[in-house]
Design a protein around this ligand. Sequence first.
Ligand SMILES: NC(=O)c1ccc[n+]([C@@H]2O[C@H](COP(=O)([O-])OP(=O)(O)OC[C@H]3O[C@@H](n4cnc5c(N)ncnc54)[C@H](OP(=O)(O)O)[C@@H]3O)[C@@H](O)[C@H]2O)c1
Length: 268
Amino acid sequence: MSSKIAVIGFGNIAKAIITPLFENKLLNPEDVYCLVNSKKSLEKIKKNYNYDINIFQANTKDSEIIWDCQFKLLSVKPQQLKNIIEVNKNKRNLLVSILAGVSLENLVKKFPNHKCVRVVTNIPITIGKGLTGISWGEGITEDQKNFIKRLFENSSKIYEFPEYLLDIFLALTSSGPAIIALIIEALSDGGLSGGLQKQLSEELVMEMILGTVSLIKDTNLTTAELKNMVTSPGGTTISALRVLENKSLRSALIEAVVAASNRSKEFS
Ligand SMILES: NC(=O)c1ccc[n+]([C@@H]2O[C@H](COP(=O)([O-])OP(=O)(O)OC[C@H]3O[C@@H](n4cnc5c(N)ncnc54)[C@H](OP(=O)(O)O)[C@@H]3O)[C@@H](O)[C@H]2O)c1
């Protein structure tokens, strides 16, 4: 991975993608040209970031150098996209966008001198446990695909999709962590109601979830088989499940994922 890389918006997610590539010596900091919006961010990164990257404030003369890079990672917030103006330097460069809800069609309109790729990733990428969905735009070569996959595979598992499936991928994987956090919070409040200390209750819930997921993955049990294993006639678990069925938890979760996906489609 030697060619120069521009990162338009060097925020949380961009750092999570790029930093492991430095750590694993797959990328040289001097080959990376980053843009931020504010002087404050620029100075903070210069002072605190562990690697000596090239970093510029947007809309300065010096920052135009980023448009010379053949490969660009676009990682501003969707509402900040309007402030990015393509500087027409090299034709047919490659731009990978991680912006939620910005379609390939709109990316190509915004960056007509670039071949575009759309990527959806999720917050666990910040600890190297992300999930990344990729939709290839027109005319991306196999070499370019491999290059892009190498960028993300250090910090996430990669799935390739036609673009129409990115919304549901985003709903499950990007909104999913908030849904799981809410479930952890609610279950540990249940423990609290039964007299456990908040911290212990939360720890028990998280360990229980990790153990359950490992059990399903390690033993190839189906979720139905696992449910049956721990649900005895007239027992405690069926009492809990009855309440959840009565409150339509299953339907609420399905509708939550569909709603997130529909919202993502609206943004596009
Ligand atoms: N957060 C998530 O869970 C998550 C997950 C997956 C994907 N995403 C996507 O990732 C993207 C970035 O999210 P984030 O959480 O990393 O945001 P963030 O931390 O706010 O980073 C945004 C970066 O863009 C810079 N920026 C703003 N306007 C700019 C401009 N005109 N020119 C150049 N740089 C500019 C900001 O600079 P300043 O600091 O100076 O403002 C900042 O460095 C979003 O589009 C989001 O949809 C987010």
